[in-house]
Design a protein around this ligand. Structure first.
Ligand code: E4P
Length: 226
């Protein structure tokens, strides 16, 4: 399973790339607010960063950039997507899963502009995304769990449906809040998880590991003092 970093901060991207071996990046407007940068600025930083590593297409290192969420008609989404895709060969255009968004995504994919259809919360939305040939679909987990929904079956069914029909759209499990979701996604056979740096770090932490280090340190030091 591939790991994408869910971040608009180029320094975090560099850190995660060097230390976690990430396979791509996903950005969103909430992250822009957190770091206080306009999308145009972040796009420039990420375009420079990918070209600095010599990535020449989105197959090598995909970076999802979200369209302005104020746009709600397909023509405007389509034009904005073309503008984003023109900024870097690594950019994938992130489009919300609305009727108008899906119309735009279908036209873009026909023209070879790769899309990541986001804000997906149901199986039927995920089917529509696969049928239009989007490169990626992003079913959200954490937001549903916040409202008390169990998401295991929802995700597992999407993975199974895609296998049934050999859909080529890759599943990015999004809004991941725990190592459990990462492990569940891998068990189901999802293609990708996208996580913040903190979630990746938490997922490799276990208190017993710390306990074991203390325990072994004591044993080691006792023997060394003999
Ligand atoms: C995915 O592509 C999204 O950017 C992301 O996972 C959104 O959710 P979050 O910011 O609540 O984690």
């Amino acid at each position: 399973m591939k790991y994408f970093l869910d971040s608009s901060d180029v320094n975090e991207v560099e850190y995660a790339f060097q230390n976690f071996g990430i396979d791509g990046v996903t950005t969103n407007p909430r992250q822009l607010k957190v770091i206080g940068k306009k999308e145009s600025e972040v796009m420039k930083e990420l375009a420079d960063w990918t070209s600095g590593y010599g990535f020449t297409d989105s197959g090598q290192f995909p970076v999802s950039i979200e369209v302005d969420p104020n746009l709600n008609q397909w023509e405007a989404i389509y034009q904005e997507a073309k503008r984003i895709a023109g900024q870097s060969p690594c950019f994938i255009v992130k489009i919300p899963c609305t009727e108008q968004g899906l119309i735009a995504a279908r036209k873009l994919e026909k023209e070879g502009i790769r899309t990541n259809v986001t804000l997906v919360f149901s199986r039927s939305q995920a089917i529509a995304v696969a049928r239009l040939g989007a490169k990626f679909v992003s079913p959200f987990v954490g937001w549903k769990e916040n409202y008390g929904e169990d998401t295991f079956d929802y995700l597992n069914d999407i993975v199974q449906i895609y296998k049934n029909y050999d859909y080529k759209t890759e599943i990015i499990v999004a809004a991941v809040r725990s190592g459990k979701v990462i492990a569940d996604a891998a068990k189901m056979g999802a293609d990708i998880v996208t996580c913040s740096v903190d979630i990746v770090k938490n997922s490799v932490y276990h208190p017993f590991t710390d306990y074991g280090i203390r325990f072994f340190t004591d044993s080691w030091n006792e023997v060394e003092q003999l």
